[in-house]
Write a protein that binds this ligand. Structure first.
Ligand code: C5P
Length: 232
């Protein structure tokens, strides 16, 4: 599977999203639809973007009892998405149920990846609120191994963790990594960031890039810069 740049389309309406994608003309970037856009527009936005020829990562981060996740995934499997995700914290049994639900009658399914620990969770929150006493990096690695053993295709993690995840779970296990900024760019609220070039060197398979592209004066050239640094 080739490396690619996924644009996080964190907009609150179909109109803003499609107007943004219009700028790319015949170019069809891989697009991430998150909770904001999906909750605003429903499954219809997935169909509209798919009809335009984009690959879609539906980032809804499911986390519930196994039976509920299985049934929800069965619904999502009908949406012609390319990738979707769950929280690894839902346990191995929930992740196995997610795969069962996502697998279509013909045996095909979208890629399924797991969020390990959110990058907004730090060691203090892990220890004081979640009562997990291990170092966060070990928690991330354990959750990645759980996902691998449950049959998932990869994890969402920091680019800084991509090499360690590949070492533990294999080169084919996908690392999808947000927290990417240009060397001369604004950090926003992201803390542990890398440039697209660093993410390529560390071994990310996909980078998820939002504001450095969506808020750029020229989004298409910002996207091309990501492709140049990360893919080529
Ligand atoms: O604008 P920015 O490049 O920071 O967007 C990153 C995207 O990746 C957002 O859609 C955000 O929700 C998502 N994300 C993240 N960190 C995680 C998981 C998802 O930034 N751990």
């Amino acid at each position: 599977m080739g490396k690619d740049v996924i644009i996080a389309c964190d907009f609150d309406s179909a109109e803003k999203t499609l107007r943004f994608l219009d700028k790319f003309g015949g170019r069809k970037p891989f697009v991430k639809i998150g909770m904001e856009l999906f909750y605003a527009e429903g499954p219809d936005i997935v169909k509209k973007i798919k009809e335009r020829g984009h690959k879609i990562f539906l980032d809804l981060k499911l986390h519930d009892i196994p039976n509920t996740v299985k049934k929800a995934m069965a619904v999502l499997s009908g949406l012609d998405i390319d990738m979707c995700n769950v929280h690894a914290a839902g346990t191995s049994r929930m992740m196995e149920a997610a795969i069962e639900g996502l697998t279509r009658p013909d045996g095909t399914r979208p890629l399924l990846i797991a969020v390990t620990q959110l990058t907004s969770t730090d060691q203090t929150a892990l220890e004081d609120e979640l009562l997990i006493k291990e170092p966060i990096k070990e928690v991330v690695m354990k959750y990645a191994c759980n996902a691998k053993n449950a049959g998932l295709d990869g994890v969402v993690c920091s680019p800084l963790e991509a090499a360690a995840v590949h070492n533990a779970c294999g080169a084919d296990f996908l690392t999808v990594t947000p927290g990417v900024r240009f060397a001369d760019g604004d950090m926003g609220d992201q803390k542990r960031v890398t440039t697209p070039e660093q993410a390529r060197i560390i071994g990310s398979d996909y980078i998820v890039v939002g504001r450095p592209i969506t808020a750029a004066a020229d989004p298409v050239s910002a996207y091309e810069r990501c492709i140049k640094e990360f893919v080529s």
